[in-house]
Write a protein that binds this ligand. Structure first.
Ligand SMILES: [Zn+2]
Ligand SMILES: [Zn+2]
Ligand SMILES: [Zn+2]
Ligand SMILES: [Zn+2]
Length: 259
């Protein structure tokens, strides 16, 4: 069977009650107006009454022909580089998990927005920040300067960009860290967990009291800068190794959980 393209006014496939794309199963009134099944019953006081008909008829008849049209109407994801065709009434669901959904630049005043690959490029070129390479399950060592209240190194594998913000306000004060994955947030899987060690690489002999570890779930967000500030985790490094040091050595490891 040949695939043929049809051009049509997509608003014809919208429900007059929720104003969103009609979602099967679809019901119709005696005047031929359509509504999603969910919408017909979700209007308290106005249940199953058509507002377009003068006498307000009910949505009594299932329209399987329209259901079939809705199930076959596909549109291309509008995100640059995605190219996926999705059923029209499922487009909103896809947009919230699309790996190429535009994300905001981490630099607060910048205002740039782009799909994660373009954003990574933007960060390394426009802001001249190095993109550290990381492999899932392997620790990467980062030097966090004590003098700076915020630091923004990045890590990336399989095109996924992560963003760490860390800062120490004072000697002996807790370090504030936050790890955010730069991608649309609603995606169910994979999940990421970040582990951070201070003053000692992972695998150091057990019993080293100055190897401090924190573990945190990584939030995915299209606005990573905002999330990083909201979801800070604090951990305290014993003061001794900090004395006189200008840098804190942080080891970060990101684990990818697919189930
Ligand atoms: Zn509806
Ligand atoms: Zn009607
Ligand atoms: Zn997409
Ligand atoms: Zn920027």
């Amino acid at each position: 069977m040949e695939l043929s393209m049809v051009s049509m006014d997509l608003t014809l496939l919208h429900c007059p009650l929720c104003l969103r794309p009609l979602k099967p199963p679809v019901y119709e009134c005696k005047g031929g107006h359509l509504a999603c099944a969910d919408c017909c019953v979700e209007r308290p006081g106005n249940q199953r009454q058509c507002q377009k008909c003068e006498r307000g008829g009910g949505f009594d008849v299932r329209n399987t022909a329209v259901d079939a049209v809705l199930s076959s109407a596909r549109v291309e994801c509008p995100h640059e580089g995605c190219g996926l065709y999705v059923t029209y009434h499922k487009l909103a669901d896809h947009l919230s998990v699309c790996p190429l959904a535009p994300c905001k630049c981490l630099v607060p005043v910048c205002g740039y927005e782009g799909p994660p690959p373009a954003l990574s490029h933007h960060i390394t070129t426009v802001h001249a920040m190095p993109m550290h390479r990381i492999q899932y399950g392997n620790a990467l060592q980062l030097q966090v300067p004590l003098s700076e209240p915020r630091l923004l190194p990045f890590a990336e594998e399989d095109g996924r960009a992560f963003f760490l913000v860390g800062g120490v306000l004072d000697i002996g004060a807790p370090i504030a860290v936050s790890v955010v994955c730069i991608k649309a947030g609603a995606s169910p899987l994979p999940h990421y967990v970040a582990k951070l060690w201070a003053n000692g690489p992972p695998g150091e002999p057990k019993g080293r009291t100055d190897a401090v570890k924190v573990e945190m779930e990584v939030t995915c967000s299209k606005d990573p800068g905002d999330v990083a500030v909201q979801e800070l985790t604090f951990f305290t490094i014993p003061p001794k190794p900090l004395a006189g040091a200008k840098l804190v050595s942080l080891h970060i490891q990101i684990d990818k959980l697919t189930s």
